[in-house]
Design a protein around this ligand. Structure first.
Ligand code: SF4
Ligand code: SF4
Length: 200
């Protein structure tokens, strides 16, 4: 070691003192992750509240960690949970296995599955880290009705053609909506206003 080596070492120290601080004050001040951060999963809904998941199991097949369990069920006209023939009767994600790769959401044909920015899911109980369908389903937002119920938006095709537009439409009303996103006459809003993000 030469005489100059400690001087060089302190040079790095002093140079770093004038750089922006990167230390995060977690958990007192949690930082907002990047918009496309792969956090906890969410099972999304259509604008009338029906579930987007059709129980096809493609997410489970795509998962390299075997973290997803799906059991599909048949919809009936009396008891309908999603547009079309099938719905996700049972749905579980094991966060002891999940590596956050996002392959499951890429595989989903109906955009039923997405990943939120929520990252505080650590736990010391293995059972609690297996998230069940009720924990993963998106909350009911303005204009949505808890399934089972009939298809309020028209045909199955209408759900995929017009659903995203209706979700962003501030004039959308809970039930009896037209099959197309025609303007709805203004009226008193029976439901409390709520944010519409995150359920596409
Ligand atoms: S993010 Fe990756 S590891 Fe986690 S459930 Fe999806 S496919 Fe499996
Ligand atoms: S989340 Fe998507 S891929 Fe997985 S079972 Fe439901 S519809 Fe199929």
């Amino acid at each position: 070691m030469s005489f100059l080596d400690p001087v060089k070492g302190f040079g790095v120290t002093f140079a770093t003192m004038f750089k922006p601080v990167v230390t995060e004050d977690y958990p007192r001040r949690p930082e907002q992750p990047a918009a496309r951060y792969h956090g906890r999963h969410q099972l999304n809904r259509h604008p009338d509240g029906l579930e987007k998941c059709v129980g096809c199991e493609l997410c489970a097949w795509a998962c390299p960690a075997d973290a997803i369990f799906v059991e599909g069920g048949d919809n009936t006209e009396e008891e309908r949970f999603s547009p079309g023939e099938r719905y996700g009767k049972d749905y579980q994600i094991n966060y002891l296995r999940c590596i956050g790769c996002g392959l499951c959401i890429e595989a989903c044909p109906t955009r039923a599955l997405s990943m939120t920015n929520e990252y505080e899911i650590a736990d010391d109980d293995r059972q609690r880290l297996i998230y069940t369908k009720d924990m993963l389903l998106a909350p009911l937002e303005r204009g949505m009705e808890a399934p089972p119920h009939p298809m309020r938006l028209g045909s199955t095709q209408d759900y995929y053609n017009f659903g995203p537009q209706l979700l962003a439409d501030p004039t959308f009303r809970p039930s009896g909506v037209p099959a197309h996103p025609a303007p709805v006459p203004p009226g008193p809003d029976p439901l409390p206003a709520a944010g519409l993000g995150g359920a596409r």
